[in-house]
Design a protein around this ligand. Structure first.
Ligand SMILES: [Zn+2]
Length: 234
């Protein structure tokens, strides 16, 4: 029997983790290391996603903002810092609060390019709808961007691998707070079967310099050569 060519096509889905202002801008409450470089790569990936019509699953980390909460003080519910970075938000998107439900449209990715799910745990599989979407959506590969590598990215990737999914971490488009912990987390993901590939293998080389969202001197190109070099070393 001859299979139609269509079934041989790869279907890639991008998973975008925690691309929020508190984590990715210098004025954010918990900015990652090397944010300028990682943001620039994320912006390129998002431009490529739009061009190639790749569907996106986004998780947005939200911490309680009730005054008695003693956890991290970033990405608090209802604050500016919890908002998604502008260019990670596609026009045709469907957003869900962290509500414990599992419903989503059967034809989700025919009607929308992106689903955005708020999550209240580092492990997205603890949010019932995210668990269901990540477990049921058909894809040959999941590409992963975002932060933090040490927690949210790691739990996502390990959970996908446990569900026998192919996972590619775009290594230059994921961010961390602490270099050593991030290296350990990445090695753990690799050992379980994730592939680490630089985004330019997918996106190609571009000349995009500006990240367009953060107002710090680095991102605005005001501390050009020296800052870029020292940032690459830290
Ligand atoms: Zn910046």
């Amino acid at each position: 029997m001859i299979r139609p060519a269509l079934t041989l096509r790869r279907r890639r889905i991008l998973i975008d983790v925690g691309t929020q202002r508190d984590l990715f801008t210098a004025e954010g409450k918990a900015c990652i290391r090397n944010h300028r470089r990682i943001l620039a790569n994320i912006r390129r990936v998002m431009a490529w996603v739009r061009k190639e019509h790749i569907r996106v699953i986004s998780t947005v980390r939200i911490f309680e903002n009730d005054g008695i909460h003693h956890g991290p003080s970033y990405c608090l519910a209802g604050t500016e810092g919890a908002r998604k970075i502008r260019y990670t938000h596609l026009a045709r998107s469907l957003a869900y609060a962290s509500d414990g439900y599992t419903d989503f449209p059967r034809d989700l990715f025919e009607r929308y390019d992106q689903v955005i799910q708020e999550i209240r745990s580092d492990d997205p599989f603890e949010e019932p709808r995210a668990d269901r979407i990540l477990s049921e959506v058909k894809a040959t590969d999941f590409l992963v961007i975002g932060a933090p590598i040490e927690t949210a990215v790691k739990f996502l990737v390990l959970g996908l691998l446990l569900r026998r999914r192919n996972v590619i971490v775009l290594a230059d488009a994921v961010g961390s707070f602490e270099k050593h912990a991030a290296e350990i987390a990445l090695r753990q993901m690799q050992a379980k079967g994730a592939r680490l590939i630089d985004s330019k293998s997918f996106v190609g080389n571009t000349h995009l310099k500006k990240v367009g969202i953060c107002s710090c001197d680095r991102c605005q190109g005001r501390l050009v050569k020296v800052a870029a070099d020292s940032e690459a070393l830290d």
